[in-house]
Design a binder for this molecule. Structure first.
Ligand code: ADP
Ligand code: MG
Length: 872
């Protein structure tokens, strides 16, 4: 228990007083210099601001022990020694108005003073006017404690020892993550090396008493291109094309809502280099992307986005190397946004984006074919009058997109014409990464989903619907309505996530339709579907598995009659597992609530009483009326009991632990809930209720029921096992291959050789060779249909610079494992006995992230809390 002791000092009457200067300094400094990267960056910027043409950066133990930056710049005059390290003392601006024309990197006078507060700072400097240099030692308040003559040539050396040691917690964290910090710092430094024309920058690192190793080195060339070559090697240069600026095209202006008439002239001038878009020429990560505004390295998020987006249109699976400088009038930028000055505000940013988009599209060559193909496909099916938006960004998405017609707005009213249906079947094999196309497949292709539809639920087709145009009769998911208590929607089913199939596993996780259930062949067999409207209407119904006769009555989707007599007690395992087309009222009830989605809401007009149902709300339980003998005494006793029970309940669990809907929009929430509420050991405690639709396991934990996708969960387990235990076989190369790595990347590789070996990559290391040529590739992983290469090595290096020493796999190896895992895993449509189900669920408790299959499909969802169904 907390005593009042702890609050003693904070009496309500305490006066508001300023924090003493020293403390303020300490408090704020930690926010100016955040990490190794900022420290080095600030020092290099100071040297550049001082007009240096030669900058040497010396690190000891990756910078944790010492950072020393020496330059041949102007040096510091004696009269400025005192001000050098005082907060907000700068030689660069005098008042706010100067900020508008700022051309130096620094202007706030914070870096040196902050570094003093965070470490031991010594500065050696010799101004051009001084005869001899001076050595200055500073205390943590930035005051000079020692001042001695020190011979040196013109310029300044700033030496930082034990960065962050004045902040113990940060210091520990800093040392723990030093390699990660170091990798980030190098990336920052690369930007300065590239952009600083005519400045020779050299960085070395020494570990303990070991040999100094070169981290990065440029030759002071006046050309951007040569700087790039110095940092990344000549090979990188061969893959680059220069940026050619064009004024925004009409189409792009329209897209950005720009009026060509009032566009500023010559506001921006963009120059630089970018990877060619040929297959394989780009990079597997964004590790080499450098953006500058007026030569200042920065992270202009929207610019980064548009550049990558346009590049992806032409080279879908790679990222470009980018060096882009955006020249703009200094009056139109605000640099003073964040402490590290990397977020920069730009005037007329849209205009810049339009320039970039137009120019890049032109540089990579316009890609009209994709749109043409789309149009033709649509014309052939002849059912879609809508013209596709000429949005070049998602031509693929359009190919298979949900046909949202003009009058339908938003997610809720997704309308599916049969033509589109057929199209999506015929294009099933066509690759597409886009969510929307996947959705179409989900809605109409997944046996799982169809199974859900067939499951004893009756579907009433509204007569009114049928009298409408043929097209509207195809609107299966929005028009087929299901009686309230048996409500499973096509869309819901897919939206529940249990039916979603990502592109890559569409082919393998779904068993042949026939092997699951015959009646659904109806959905697949509308081949000759192009008759009169009448026919269409009829066939539309057939597609839904019903004949016209049954219009007014409840009809069952896909032709099976409801069998009330077969409705079994859902807790009875034996019956439950196999009777796909029967299910208990209780099951139906919770389905009706849990599979509800936006589509339901769109029908709210017809069934207003449905409008407010939502997940896990108390459901009306149908009660029989039976005459009862009444006794006041018994009643009183019962009431007493109930009250006691309620008290007990409120003590234990009086909150709803699972609230998320089963819908893609709620995936994250659902996953968070599961992560929070279900710990690893709980899986073993789950009671297995039975198998549902030959695809799902229903399990119970205390009063909560869960539905588990048998394929997805097995797939995830197999995937994790492959990830952890597979040692990929390497194949020796005839000739060892040079890798053109940067000095840092080379070091990362050498330090993580074991991880590379587990991935099938092997190298020979020649310690005596010059840096960047120490490593040669001698063995590559092989697998039947997969080839790997230097791209995958780059990607691994990128991951390992972030988390050194942590086992990881290149994304393509993961893909390979994912597809292997998929093939290995139990299919939907396979009957499982209790033991098998138990095994799958136990496995969930053995892996780190059991909530998604490797393709991202959810494995498990909460369906209902039984407490909410029967409150007592
Ligand atoms: P800012 O760069 O924002 O002015 P700093 O704290 O980084 O603030 O530096 C304070 C001042 O110290 C600078 O304005 C500059 O006059 C001087 N200075 C710092 N580093 C150097 C250097 N390497 N060479 C010459 N002068 C320097
Ligand atoms: Mg500075």
């Amino acid at each position: 228990m907390r005593t009042t002791e702890g609050f003693k000092n904070i009496t309500p009457s305490a006066a508001i007083r300023p924090i003493d200067r020293g403390s303020v300094h300490r408090i704020c400094s930690g926010q100016v210099v955040l990490n190794l990267g900022t420290a080095v960056k600030e020092l290099v910027e100071n040297s550049l601001d001082a007009g240096a043409t030669n900058i040497d950066i010396k690190l000891k133990d990756h910078g944790a022990e010492l950072i020393e930056v020496s330059d041949n710049g102007g040096g510091v005059e004696e009269e400025n020694f005192e001000g050098l390290t005082l907060k907000h003392y700068t030689s660069k601006i005098q008042d706010f108005s100067d900020l508008i024309h700022i051309e130096t990197f620094g202007f706030r006078g914070e870096a040196l003073s902050s570094l003093c507060a965070l470490s031991d700072v010594t500065i050696f400097t010799c101004h051009k006017s001084a005869k001899v240099g001076t050595r200055l030692v500073f205390d943590h308040n930035g005051r000079i404690t020692q001042r001695t003559p020190f011979p040196r040539q013109q310029g300044t050396t700033v030496s930082i020892q034990q960065l962050f040691y004045t902040l113990p917690v940060r210091h520990k964290e800093f040392q723990r993550n030093i390699k990660k910090e170091y990798a980030k710092m190098v990336q920052l430094l690369q930007a300065y090396c590239i952009v600083s024309k005519g400045v020779r920058i050299n960085c070395t690192n020494q570990i303990g008493q070991g040999k100094k190793s070169c981290v990065i080195s440029t030759a002071g060339s006046p050309s951007l291109k040569e700087n790039i070559g110095a940092v990344f090697g000549q090979k990188q240069l061969q893959s680059l094309i220069p940026f050619v600026q064009l004024p925004p095209s009409e189409a792009v202006c329209e897209e950005y809502g720009l009026n060509p008439a009032d566009m500023p002239q010559n506001l921006y001038s963009v120059s630089g280099f970018i990877s060619r878009c040929d297959h394989g020429v780009g990079r597997s990560t964004t590790d080499r992307q450098f953006f500058f505004i007026n030569q200042r390295p920065c992270d202009p998020a929207k610019v980064v986005k548009i550049v990558n987006e346009v590049y992806h249109l032409h080279n879908k699976h790679q990222y470009p190397f980018v060096v882009l400088n955006i020249g703009v009038d200094s009056e139109c930028v605000d640099i003073n946004v964040t402490p590290d000055k990397r977020q920069i505000l730009l005037q007329e940013e849209k205009f810049l984006l339009a320039i970039l988009k137009t120019s890049l599209m032109e540089m990579f060559g316009s890609d009209v074919n994709k749109l043409d193909v789309n149009q033709k496909l649509l014309d052939i099916t002849g059912n879609l009058k809508k013209t596709l938006p000429e949005e070049a960004e998602k031509p693929q998405a359009d190919m298979l997109s949900d046909s949202e017609t003009e009058n339908s707005s938003g997610e809720g009213k997704r309308i599916m014409t049969l033509a589109r249906l057929r199209e999506s079947f015929s294009l099933q094999a066509t690759e597409s990464n886009f969510q929307s196309s996947i959705k179409v497949k989900q809605q109409h292709n997944s046996p799982r989903q169809r199974l859900l539809v067939t499951t004893g639920s009756t579907v009433k087709i509204q007569k009114a619907v049928l009298t409408k145009k043929a097209e509207s009769c195809h609107k299966l998911d929005s028009k087929v309505s299901v009686p309230r208590r048996h409500l499973i929607k096509l869309e819901d089913a897919s939206d529940s996530g249990f039916c979603s199939i990502s592109e890559s596993d569409a082919g393998c996780s779904t068993p042949e339709a026939g092997s699951c259930i015959n009646s659904e062949s109806a959905v697949n067999s509308e081949e000759e579907f192009c008759g009169t409207e009448e026919q269409k209407q009829e066939e539309c119904l057939q597609t839904a598995g019903c004949s016209k006769k049954s219009l007014d009555c409840d009809v069952q989707v896909l032709g099976t009659e409801p069998k009330p007599d077969l409705v079994n007690d859902w807790t009875d395992q034996n019956k439950f597992s196999q009777e796909a087309n029967s299910c208990s009222p209780r099951v139906k009830r919770f389905k009706s609530r849990n599979f509800k989605s936006e589509a339901d809401d769109s029908k709210a007009g017809k069934y207003p009483e449905e409008k407010n149902t939502s997940v896990d709300v108390l459901v009306e339980v149908k009660k029989k009326i039976v005459p009862l003998e009444f006794s006041m005494k018994a009643l009183a006793e019962k009431v007493k009991k109930v009250i006691q029970q309620q008290q007990k309940n409120t003590e234990t669990e009086n909150y709803r632990r699972f609230k998320a809907k089963i819908s893609p929009g709620d995936n994250k929430v659902a996953e968070d809930e599961l992560r929070k509420e279900i710990s690893k050991e709980m899986f073993a405690k789950m009671e297995i209720i039975g198998q549902f639709n030959l695809g799902f396991i229903i399990a119970k934990l205390n009063s909560d029921l869960f539905i588990i996708d048998q394929h997805a969960t097995d797939e995830k387990y197999n995937f994790e096992m492959l990830q952890q235990h597979t040692v990929l076989q390497g194949q020796k190369l005839i000739v060892p291959q040079n890798l053109n790595l940067t000095a840092v990347n080379e070091t990362v590789l050498i330090e993580n050789l074991e991880i590379f070996r587990k991935n099938g990559f092997d190298f020979v290391i020649n310690e005596n060779a010059p840096v960047t040529q120490r490593v040669k590739l001698v063995s590559l992983p092989t697998s039947k249909n997969w080839t790997f290469g230097p791209q995958d090595i780059d990607e691994l290096i990128f991951m390992l610079s972030d988390c050194p020493g942590v086992m990881c796999r290149p994304s393509r190896v993961r893909q390979m494992f994912a597809s292997r895992a998929c093939r290995k895993s139990v299919m939907i449509g396979t009957a499982l006995n209790v033991q098998e189900m138990r095994k799958l669920i136990t496995h969930m408790g053995e892996i780190e992230h059991p909530w998604n299959c490797p393709h991202g499909r959810p494995t498990m969802r909460h369906i209902v809390s039984l407490d909410l169904i029967s409150p007592q």
